[in-house]
Design a protein around this ligand. Structure first.
Ligand code: AP5
Length: 221
């Protein structure tokens, strides 16, 4: 089963994607995480991507598709939760082709719906651990010791693209370039699109997603 976790910046795709991958024994592919890793390592791809990310714009399709192709070719039989990908119709069509080549298809698009003002507030509170990847929110899920990771003790950091002006640009880009993809899935690809209110506690959102997926993923825990 391959699934797309869809929604605007800060909707909780990363938070829910990690939990769902664990629960259903799926891999999770976050193109944002892959890009941030390339930026941290200072690779040529990372240097190119950084300009777009810092401005809140989409990284060009061919860069993203190169990363995803490499990931799927190296991966196994396990299904994938796609987090933050695809974001354009060209990416969606390319993903359909890549999966078809592996005898697979997207089983469902799960959309997390959250009002813009909640998203801006959430993102302003996000802090993550550069050492182990744990994500916190100083408003709703703060670490026990301010500024320190509960799991490994490293200093927490904010994301370069999480300032309010860039977040508002990312939201506008989502509405203009990514949200229309839902029409593609519903009307053209015939893929089930399921909308879930994401403006609730993490555990409640998780329960709603698990209820949607459980009948479709045979060997979940
Ligand atoms: P990416 O990393 O994908 O960012 P995004 O889509 O903007 O999403 P976020 O990571 O900001 O949010 P999220 O939905 O994962 O929320 P999270 O769980 O962290 O992309 C970054 C950039 O990379 C893009 O702008 C673009 O430049 C580039 N890029 C990436 N993919 C691309 C592609 N395919 N094509 C082109 N360019 C691409 O939660 C956010 C915060 O809220 C956290 O602090 C969390 O703790 C908290 N939180 C989560 N759930 C809840 C809840 N239910 N209640 C309260 N707080 C919550």
């Amino acid at each position: 089963m391959d699934i797309i976790l869809f929604g605007p910046p800060g909707a909780g795709k990363g938070t829910q994607g990690v939990l769902l991958a664990e629960r259903f024994h799926l891999q999770r592919l976050s193109t944002g995480d892959l890009l941030r890793d390339a930026v941290r390592r200072g690779t040529p791809l990372g240097q190119e991507a950084r300009r777009y990310m810092d401005a809140g714009e989409l990284v060009p399709d061919e860069v993203i598709l190169g990363l995803v192709r490499e990931y799927l070719q190296a991966g196994g039989e396990q299904g994938v939760i796609f987090d933050g990908f695809p974001r354009t119709e060209a990416q969606a069509r390319a993903l359909d082709q890549l999966l078809a080549g592996l005898g697979r298809r997207i089983g469902a698009v799960l959309v997390l719906e959250v009002p813009d003002e909640t998203l801006v507030r959430r993102i302003s509170g996000r802090r993550s651990c550069p050492a182990c990847g744990a994500v916190y929110n100083v408003h709703v899920d703060p670490p026990a010791v301010p500024g320190r990771c509960d799991r490994c003790g490293a200093g927490l950091v904010g994301r370069a693209d999480d300032d309010e002006a860039t977040v508002r640009r990312r939201l506008a880009v989502y509405q203009a370039q990514t949200a229309p993809l839902l029409d593609y899935y519903e009307a053209v690809a015939g893929t089930p699109v399921r909308r879930v209110p994401g403006d609730r506690a993490v555990e409640e959102v998780q329960r709603a997603l698990v209820d949607l997926l459980a009948p479709q993923v045979p060997d979940h825990a």
